[in-house]
Ligand binder design. Structure first.
Ligand code: ADP
Length: 374
């Protein structure tokens, strides 16, 4: 928008008309004081400013405007009657641009100048936009880099912990073998095996992430019965967590067409999380149901729960609930891998949870999808 400032009403009206005829949006002020008020409220591309006005003259107005951050990009064209005034023109204004036109106004020249200032204004706007977009992008890179560094440091720590344990057990084994204490040797071998299994799972997760990133996560789909798979998963979990009761609710004896190992991986991930994030409890429920189109599997715990805002993010890569992360070991990739597996089977993952009361992590898988998801 253009602001015309002139104390002579005829000048205001005639300038306004000409500019509007050329499709410019125009505002007017009859004094320097009124102009300053308007500049505070609105944004102008250009101000056409009469120099000689009673009260504040044009130069004083320009000088005052130069202090307004709102008018940083605003250009000014002075309308000056006398040539001697021109030496003051650069005084006090050094922002958007300055020019002058002597009275009586040559409309063609004025229009030319107005158009030029508009073009410069548009170009500088675009440059600022590009600059902001670039700054945003740099910040987003930087953030990704920070996340990655953080992940590498957590991952190395997580890998080092079981490795150090295994090293310790091997040293103990050496000593107990020398002593011929077979019972203790067996006990330490069992413990070393548990730690090695942890290492194996961590490395498998890390490999899965890199397969997902490179689009190389492949599925080996076959027909299988969900119920049978669940029985074997529960047995595995019971062995490592005998203190937890895993209660089955509902059945789905139908066959589904999917990668059994990968679906098993998701169920194990949900169950180990349900146990890990529920200290002081001893029950987890598995809910299984099916209708004509899909199968539903939910793992319900009575643990710490997740607030609503954080529920949206738990399936994101590297996401861990900040408030609880220090109390539980983890890398924040299990649910991301699970979501990828289920979505690539044409299903959905989700969570229902109440903070402090527990969570239900679930997935659905389409039935009769052999052709579409193959
Ligand atoms: P990890 O458990 O290794 O951190 P996941 O990807 O499995 O990674 O889970 C991501 C985050 O979601 C966890 O860090 C935790 O904050 C939250 N979470 C997952 N499962 C549960 C659950 N059953 N109850 C509460 N919070 C959970």
């Amino acid at each position: 928008m253009i602001l015309i400032v002139d104390d002579t009403p005829e000048n205001l009206i005639s300038l306004k008309k000409v500019l509007e005829r050329h499709n410019f949006e125009v505002d007017t002020a009859a004094s320097g004081e009124e102009a300053l008020k308007k500049v505070l409220k609105n944004e102008y591309v250009l101000i056409i400013l009469d120099v000689q006005m009673p009260g504040m003259d044009g130069f004083e107005v320009a000088e005052a405007i130069s202090g307004y951050s709102k008018a940083k990009e605003t250009a000014i064209i002075f309308l000056s009657a006398v040539n001697t005034e021109l030496k003051f023109i650069t005084k006090g204004y050094s922002s958007g641009g300055l020019d002058y036109i002597t009275k009586p106004v040559d409309m063609d020249i004025l229009l030319l100048k107005v158009k030029t200032f508009y073009r410069i204004y548009e170009q500088s706007r675009k440059l600022i936009e590009i600059q902001n977009a670039l700054l945003d992008e740099i910040e987003f890179r930087k953030q990704a880099e920070r996340k990655k560094d953080e992940f590498i440091s957590i991952a190395s720590h997580e890998l080092k912990t079981p490795l150090t344990s295994v090293k310790g057990y091997i040293q103990l084994l050496e000593r107990n073998i020398d002593k011929g204490d077979i019972e203790t040797v067996k006990k330490h071998l069992g413990k070393a095996q548990v730690q090695l299994e942890k290492l194996n799972e961590l490395i498998a997760d890390l490999l899965d992430i890199s397969k997902i990133e490179s689009g190389k996560l492949k599925f080996n789909k076959k027909h299988f019965v969900m119920d049978a798979m669940l029985d074997s998963v529960i047995e595995i979990i019971n062995q490592s967590n005998p203190e937890f009761k895993i209660i089955r609710e509902g059945k789905a004896e139908l066959e589904i067409y999917a990668d059994e190992m990968r679906i098993e991986q998701v169920v194990i991930n949900f169950l180990t999380n349900a146990i890990k994030y529920s200290p002081g409890t001893s029950e987890v429920h598995i809910k299984l149901s099916a209708d004509n189109d899909q199968i539903y599997l939910g793992v319900r715990d009575f643990g710490i729960g997740i607030n609503e805002a954080q529920q949206k993010h738990v399936f994101d890569k590297f996401y861990r609930v900040e408030e609880t992360a220090i109390h539980f070991q983890g890398l924040g990739i299990g649910l991301y891998i699970s979501a990828e597996i289920i979505q690539r089977h044409g299903g959905e993952v989700g969570v229902k949870s109440i903070l402090g009361e527990g969570s239900e992590f679930y997935f659905t898988l389409p039935l009769n999808q052999e052709k579409e998801t193959d």
